[in-house]
Design a protein around this ligand. Structure first.
Ligand SMILES: [Cu+2]
Length: 105
C-alpha cells in the first residue's frame, strides 16, 4: 500500500516557498523539504473523489482544509523550527510530511 515516497524541495517564489501537492490516492510528493523559519505555501490539488481525502489536517499549525474536487486549495504555514511537520487526511490514513531544515542563516 505504501509505495515509494517522493521527496521534493519547495520552489521559492517571491520569498515564499511554494509547492504543488497532488492529492490522488495519497499525496504526491509526500515529503516536502523547506527551509525553517520562512513561509511555506502548499497548493493541494485534489483529483481523488474519495471522501477520505476531502480534508487535510496540519495539526502542528492548527489548520484543517476542506479540499474541493479538481481544485487547488492553498495554505500558508511557517515552520518556525527545523523538524518534521506531518499532515494527514481527515481520518489519519494518508500522510505526508514537511521537512523543515535549518537554512543556515
Ligand atoms: Cu482518510
Amino acid at each position: 500500500m505504501f509505495s515509494k515516497t517522493k521527496s521534493q524541495k519547495a520552489q521559492v517564489k517571491q520569498g515564499i516557498q511554494e509547492l504543488d501537492i497532488v492529492v490522488d490516492g495519497g499525496y504526491t510528493p509526500d515529503r516536502i523539504k523547506v527551509s525553517a523559519g520562512e513561509p511555506v505555501k502548499l497548493n493541494f490539488f485534489r483529483k481523488d473523489p474519495s471522501s477520505c481525502l476531502e480534508q487535510v489536517l496540519l495539526p502542528d499549525f492548527n489548520k484543517a482544509l476542506d479540499l474541493s474536487l479538481n481544485q487547488i486549495t492553498s495554505v500558508e504555514i511557517v515552520p518556525e523550527k527545523p523538524g518534521e511537520y506531518t499532515f494527514t487526511c481527515g481520518m489519519n490514513m494518508y500522510r505526508g510530511v514537511v521537512i523543515a531544515e535549518d537554512s543556515g542563516r
